[in-house]
Design a protein around this ligand. Structure first.
Ligand code: NAG
Ligand code: NAG
Ligand code: NAG
Length: 371
């Protein structure tokens, strides 16, 4: 019991620390961002909130009530158990090997809650990730699982250590206790639920993969050749040990292709599962730099965009969580050279992350109340 109390205190202190490093917005009065789904740009809400501490009291209150209800219900309710059983065939999965990327998953998970995704999120972590850094995700009801990175087969002669963390996504095929899995990278933010995508997965055909395409992040010119390139940031798959083994062997196969200087996860997936199907763009997998391309709806149609993927492109955009440590002026400098739409997308991420911290704090308070 004493241990529990100490643990809870530690978490609260930890959260205060996070909250205190938040005075970083380029605009000192961060207003809650809402997304105007009618237009092709992100707009700042006209809500007249002037404080930054608790911007969204009402939705959080509702969530608090729901949480309380869930905690009470979960004691003994068979109906929920039946539903859970059905739900448990589908799952989202993501991965982080350090505390920074875990912040990405905190925001990702909050966006899943906000968009009412009905399926759980498994978070693969390596043993380097400290228990205290896993705690926020556990409080957001994630299933945090420690895994080891995939071993590189000895036959691979080229240098591929740089990609080793990325190969961890092959472990999604090992989740055979599930029928359908959606892999999401940690640097994503959902704008709408992706639950409907589970229906695409053909459980009788585990070699059939759906993935995003790798559109050219650095240009507003639509290039149909890019439709052939895979982006493994999102993948819809049916777990299978056979396919997992094929992918591991695929690392060797690709490393032996002529002129291969390195091997990344996308090369291996593309070569091993050549009949992968692409998800439509920009609905699924949009490059955030394309927010400038409003006159090319094949690259940017915000009404129709399900999630944002914070990839760098040639603009070398920072990962959104790195902004949490920046001063106001540093953040201003980063965005000075960029279109406003990119800044707004980053503000949206920051607000979602803050909302997650509020959510966690409320949950801790409730857990203590119910005890
Ligand atoms: C491999 O690289 C060499 C020298 O860079 C080049 O001449 C050759 O055409 C390349 N082969 C293939 C298959 O790309
Ligand atoms: C993916 O595989 C196809 C053939 O299936 C090939 O034409 C294409 O160049 C490959 N792309 C990459 C990035 O390896
Ligand atoms: C954007 O997507 C919406 C929803 O599918 C569609 O109705 C609209 O026509 C698209 N806009 C353009 C410019 O293609």
């Amino acid at each position: 019991m004493k241990k529990d109390i100490i643990l809870v205190l530690l978490i609260v202190l930890h959260l205060f620390f996070f909250v205190s490093i938040f005075a970083i917005s380029p605009n000192s009065e961060i207003k809650p961002q809402t997304i105007d789904t009618q237009s092709s740009t992100l707009t700042t809400s006209s809500t007249t909130t002037t404080t930054t501490s608790s911007p969204t009291t009402t939705p959080l209150d509702i969530k608090q009530q729901q949480l309380k209800q869930n905690i009470i219900d979960s004691n003994n309710n068979n109906k929920i158990k039946e539903e859970e059983k059905e739900k448990s065939k589908n799952v989202y999965v993501t991965f982080a090997d350090n505390a920074e990327y875990l912040k990405g998953i905190v925001a990702l998970r909050m966006s899943m809650i906000n968009t009412k995704c009905n399926y759980g999120l498994i978070v693969f972590v390596t043993k380097q990730v400290e228990q205290q850094d896993r705690e926020p995700l556990q409080l957001l009801d994630c299933d945090v699982r420690e895994i080891e990175m995939v071993d590189i087969p000895k036959e691979v002669s080229v240098q591929i250590d740089r990609w080793r963390p990325a190969f961890t996504k092959f472990r999604a095929w090992q989740l055979v206790e599930y029928e359908r899995v959606i892999w999401l990278d940690s640097d994503m933010l959902l704008l709408k639920s992706l639950d409907h995508l589970f229906d695409l997965v053909d459980i009788g055909n585990p070699k059939l993969l759906y993935a995003a395409i790798d559109a050219d992040a650095n240009s507003c010119v639509f290039n149909s050749d890019r439709l052939k390139l895979i982006n493994s940031g999102i993948m819809l798959l049916s777990p299978s040990i056979d396919v997992y083994n094929l992918l591991i062997d695929g690392m060797v196969v690709v490393s032996k292709l002529p002129n291969q200087s390195t091997v990344n996860d996308q090369d291996v997936i593309n070569t091993t599962l050549p009949h992968w199907r692409s998800l439509s763009y920009p609905e699924y997998g949009v490059q955030i730099t394309h927010c400038e391309c409003t006159s090319e709806p094949r690259l940017w149609n915000f009404t129709n965009t399900y999630f944002l993927h914070f990839t760098a492109g040639l603009k070398e955009l920072p990962k959104p969580w790195s902004l949490l440590k920046k001063s106001q002026n540093e953040a201003k400098d980063i965005f000075k050279q960029m279109p406003t739409c990119i800044e707004q997308i980053y503000l949206n991420w920051i607000n979602t992350y803050k909302e997650a911290l509020d959510f966690i704090e409320n949950k801790l308070n409730l857990v203590n109340l119910v005890k």
